[in-house]
Ligand binder design. Structure first.
Ligand code: HEM
Ligand SMILES: *[C@@H]1O[C@H](CO)[C@@H](O)[C@H](O)[C@H]1NC(C)=O
Ligand SMILES: *[C@@H]1O[C@H](CO)[C@@H](O)[C@H](O)[C@H]1NC(C)=O
Ligand SMILES: *[C@@H]1O[C@H](CO)[C@@H](O)[C@H](O)[C@H]1NC(C)=O
Ligand SMILES: *[C@@H]1O[C@H](CO)[C@@H](O)[C@H](O)[C@H]1NC(C)=O
Ligand SMILES: *[C@@H]1O[C@H](CO)[C@@H](O)[C@H](O)[C@H]1NC(C)=O
Ligand SMILES: *[C@@H]1O[C@H](CO)[C@@H](O)[C@H](O)[C@H]1NC(C)=O
Ligand SMILES: *[C@@H]1O[C@H](CO)[C@@H](O)[C@H](O)[C@H]1NC(C)=O
Ligand SMILES: *[C@@H]1O[C@H](CO)[C@@H](O)[C@H](O)[C@H]1NC(C)=O
Length: 343
């Protein structure tokens, strides 16, 4: 009897291990052959209207993957229980943006192949399309992620790094995701596009770490520019390019700026103040191809963090809401998607 019980436990463990979560290239080939084209078209049309969109989507992917894995948790809206969610966590509230692009892609996918393409994969594909639209060479983003059901502010605040972090803290934050020091430097290259609000760096301009003086590592010419863009009493939500002179192009200019003391966030400039990270910064500053290759590799690695499967995830019907509990999707013989039914 005890033996039988133990064997049951062992075989259940074996099943859990067999359900090894992994993505594959073109996961939707047969189930939704146009999935990748639809996402690309939606991202492209939003990009044509507003060229700041790729930066928004790339950042969403990072913030999604670091919290509960790449499972679309960041996309969830608050539910009726009033719990404070990931979207409202400090690093996201009033700065995470681009959700309407994901909604748009999801709506088109649901009308083409209902219940098939996860929100987590839409975000991953959109991030890939975003960097390709802005100058990265094309690459395949594997798919097959399932969507999570948890959105929790505390988890997000614990996982996401702060723009005021030291290199040591940044390394720790990446290590908690099983990402290396190299990944930290490669992925920080995402700041080759996009902007930051003044509030995330203005202490550096006036009263760095309460020393009463500006951050001494900040290039003085650049500091003067930033002080103009972010005067002491200005609106803290004013926005400035993260990669001065090249904010719409994925290239190694971010690293050349770092070498010249023109890192916008303290967390950017820190990468030149630590010997381990500094050598990578220097090599990328002098080698565009090397940067592109390593950035892509680390982005793909980030995209594999704690992938969910059908065993612990779902294919959300609306990226802002988890599916009703115990919902099964009934597909009728003519291929029409019948109303979800509750068992
Ligand atoms: C290393 C630690 C990192 C810190 C402390 C950090 C912090 C920040 C902050 C404070 C902003 C400005 C947000 C705003 O003002 O709205 C920002 C923007 C951005 N971040 Fe990061 N970030 C980090 C790493 C990353 C990574 C790994 C990625 C993606 C792979 C990324 C992608 C972006 C992008 C694309 C923007 C521009 C967003 C926009 O224009 O809306 N960041 N980041
Ligand atoms: C999907 O199609 C691509 C290109 O036609 C092919 O390379 C790939 O092996 C296919 N993948 C799957 C999972 O069928
Ligand atoms: C693009 O979107 C951003 C943020 O959503 C907004 O601040 C900006 O005004 C928009 N730009 C254009 C050209 O519409
Ligand atoms: C998020 O920002 C809004 C203002 O837009 C504020 O009212 C709210 O308290 C913030 N939420 C959290 C959790 O800080
Ligand atoms: C969110 O996560 C924290 C840390 O694990 C936990 O203490 C808290 O209970 C969670 N909140 C909710 C609403 O589940
Ligand atoms: C890191 O790797 C360990 C061992 O493989 C695993 O148990 C853990 O879940 C991973 N953590 C993250 C955040 O991926
Ligand atoms: C810098 O900040 C500290 C602590 O808030 C404050 O005591 C000091 O007066 C500030 N110095 C300047 C020059 O603003
Ligand atoms: C700052 O600017 C934002 C966006 O332009 C605006 O919504 C907000 O009301 C402004 N805040 C203040 C204090 O002027
Ligand atoms: C500071 O930036 C200016 C241009 O903004 C550049 O000419 C100068 O070389 C930089 N200084 C250092 C020390 O890198």
């Amino acid at each position: 009897m005890r033996m039988a019980k133990r064997m049951l436990v062992v075989s259940m463990l074996a099943i859990l291990c067999l359900a090894d979560a992994r993505t594959e290239e073109f996961f939707y080939n047969r189930t939704c052959p146009n999935a990748e084209t639809i996402v690309r078209d939606v991202v492209t049309s939003h990009f044509r209207n507003n060229r700041t969109i790729p930066a928004a989507l790339l950042r969403l992917f990072f913030h999604d993957c670091f919290v509960e894995g790449c499972d679309g948790s960041l996309l969830l809206d608050a539910s009726a229980d009033g719990a404070v969610i990931e979207k409202q966590a400090l690093p996201n509230n009033n700065s995470a943006r681009g959700f309407e692009v994901i909604d748009d892609a999801k709506a088109r996918l649901e009308s083409t192949c209902p219940g098939v393409v996860s929100c987590a994969d839409i975000l991953a594909l959109a991030a890939r399309d975003s960097v390709v639209l802005t100058g990265a060479p094309f690459f395949v983003m594997p798919t097959g992620r399932f969507d999570g059901r948890i959105s929790n502010r505390t988890l997000a605040e614990a996982a996401l790094p702060s723009p005021f972090d030291s290199a040591t803290r940044l390394k720790d934050s990446f290590a908690r995701q099983n990402l290396t020091v190299q990944d930290l430097v490669h992925l920080s290259g995402a700041h080759t596009i996009g902007q930051s609000q003044c509030q995330f760096f203005s202490p550096r301009l006036y009263n760095f770490s309460n020393t009463g003086v500006p951050d001494p590592t900040l290039n003085a010419t650049y500091r003067a520019e930033l002080q103009q863009a972010c005067p002491r009493n200005a609106n803290a939500t004013n926005r400035v390019a993260l990669d001065r002179g090249s904010e719409f192009v994925v290239d190694n200019s971010y690293y050349r700026n770092l070498v010249a003391g023109r890192g916008l966030l303290r967390s950017d400039q820190e990468l030149t103040l630590d010997s381990e990270t500094e050598s990578i910064v220097r090599s990328f500053a002098g080698d565009e191809n090397r940067f592109q290759l390593r950035f892509r590799r680390s982005l793909l690695k980030m995209g594999e963090l704690r992938i969910k499967t059908s065993a612990n995830g779902e294919i959300r019907r609306n990226c802002r809401r988890v599916n009703p509990r115990n919902t099964i999707i009934v597909t009728t013989t003519n291929g029409d998607d019948a109303a979800a039914s509750t068992i």
